[in-house]
Design a protein around this ligand. Structure first.
Ligand code: GLC
Length: 447
């Protein structure tokens, strides 16, 4: 009894105090000129493809299979010994992805199962040491991306379901033991991040995931309790010092932390929380924005997941996201043999076909002050505004609540001029009688 009081007292004395006492990230962070330029390029790119691939792909039940099915780590890790993606061809992946019009690829370098899909000296649990394949697939992908002019980004899990130095046990939360373990684990992560930013040429972004594992959300709706210090200042400084044009993104579902360049939204368009992951409604004005979504339901390869979204549905997601000033990161989950399922490849090609005709209204654009409307969204770029009509308005016209000095208004697909009226504080365009809004009816306004 006395002992447990002592332990409790010890834990209390060692506990991190409330959220406000942890200064996360790089206080007073101002992006360098290189980082700033990379962020603008990222915003212009608008569309990327996410790849979830790891030894979990062999089980074909998603990347959470070990955790969800409570598989013993030692037994699970033996799957590495059979990982041999005989049909993996980085060049083919990049060509298939490039055909979608995507400008960048974000691939899982190490997911929550802790398996590194690259040649790392920091662990033997990696594709070179633990599999018979012994090929650094990230290196092959990096070379193919550089050849094809596609930016490569690395997803990196902060949390780890297997390592002994990752402080998983809630019983040691806020103790010296936790901090001691985590200090070792942080060294390990920094060593791996250094490898990723040294051995693979220019990297567009490091995309973190797993922060949410250490955040407590009180059931009574009171603010989040951030009482674990991930050491973001060290991590973010390391990234910006190794490659100043490498952006920092963190899928932590909360208000951005100084030092980050991209605010990530999981399965949701910025500002909405229909997927239920966002722990804030905050949408940054300064950071670039990105929403990640799946083509079917899951991220990692799932044999039974046939919930494929259609091409028009995916295009409308892209347009809706662009109209909120954000990028779409659309996921594919390659099979264990190294091929991307045909259903995904076909959809990527379909999006690419649409972008090859309509990309001008997406790439390089920004959203306007006009919030998304019932009929759709607006994007703009130098000298032009694009009205993306996603639902035909019953009244047959679209009215913007401000004055526009329009020179010409036309249907983007055909170039057919459309009638418009400039009001004192408004601008109205007449739509044709039956506009085809099944994907996106685009109106181009030349200023
Ligand atoms: C979640 C999941 C993870 C997936 C990620 C993609 O954080 O834990 O499996 O990689 O979302 O956004």
């Amino acid at each position: 009894m006395f002992c447990s009081i002592l332990v409790t007292l010890f834990m209390a004395l060692n506990s991190f105090s409330a959220s406000s006492d942890i200064k996360e990230g790089i206080q007073g962070y101002t992006p360098s000129a290189e980082t700033f330029a990379a962020k603008e390029q990222f915003r212009d790119d608008k569309f990327g493809v996410f790849i979830h691939w790891g030894i979990y792909s062999m089980m074909a039940r998603g990347e959470w299979v070990m955790y969800n099915e409570k598989l013993p780590y030692d037994e699970y890790s033996r799957f590495a010994g059979g990982f041999f993606p005989s049909r993996f061809d980085a060049g083919q992946w990049v060509r298939q992805i490039k055909a979608s019009g995507a400008k960048y690829i974000t691939i899982t370098s190490r997911h929550h199962d802790g398996f590194s899909m690259f040649d790392t000296k920091a662990s033997d649990y990696d594709i070179i040491d633990a599999t018979p394949f012994k090929r650094d697939v990230l290196k092959e992908l990096a070379d193919a991306c550089h050849k094809e002019g596609i930016t490569l980004n690395f997803y990196y899990s902060l949390l780890d379901w297997g390592r002994d130095d990752y402080p998983r046990d809630p019983a040691i939360a806020h103790t010296a033991k936790e901090r001691e373990l985590y200090a070792k684990y942080l060294d390990f992560m920094c060593a791996q991040i250094t490898e990723l930013l040294t051995n693979y040429g220019p990297v567009g972004c490091i995309w973190f995931d797993g922060d949410w594992a250490k955040i407590q959300k009180p059931k009574d709706g009171s603010p989040l309790v951030v009482d674990f210090d991930w050491g973001y200042e060290r991590i973010y400084r390391l990234i910006h010092s190794l490659q100043p044009s490498c952006l920092v993104a963190n899928n932590h579902h909360r208000v951005p932390i100084p030092g980050e360049d991209i605010q990530v939204f999981e399965r949701d368009i910025p500002g909405e929380n229909s997927a239920g992951y966002s722990r804030t409604s905050h949408v940054s004005d300064e950071l670039a924005l990105e929403t990640c979504k799946t083509i079917n339901k899951g991220w990692g390869y799932e044999i039974a997941d046939t919930n494929w979204k259609s091409v028009p549905e995916l295009v409308r997601i892209l347009v809706n996201i662009a109209g909120r000033n954000a990028n779409l990161l659309l996921n594919v989950g390659p099979r264990p043999d190294g091929t991307i399922p045909e259903e995904s490849v076909e959809r990527l090609a379909g999006i690419g076909d649409w972008l090859s005709k309509n990309g001008e209204s997406i790439y390089g654009t920004r959203a306007t002050m006009l919030k998304p409307q019932n009929w759709g969204v607006v994007t703009h770029k130098e000298g032009k505004i694009f009205l993306h009509v996603l639902e035909a308005p019953a009244e047959g016209t679209i009215t913007l609540p401000f004055k526009i000095k329009a020179k010409k208004v036309s249907e983007f697909a055909s170039g057919t001029p459309l009638k418009f009226k400039k009001g004192k504080d408004s601008f109205t365009v007449n739509l044709p009688s039956d506009p085809d809004c099944s994907t996106d009816y685009i109106i181009e306004v030349i200023l």
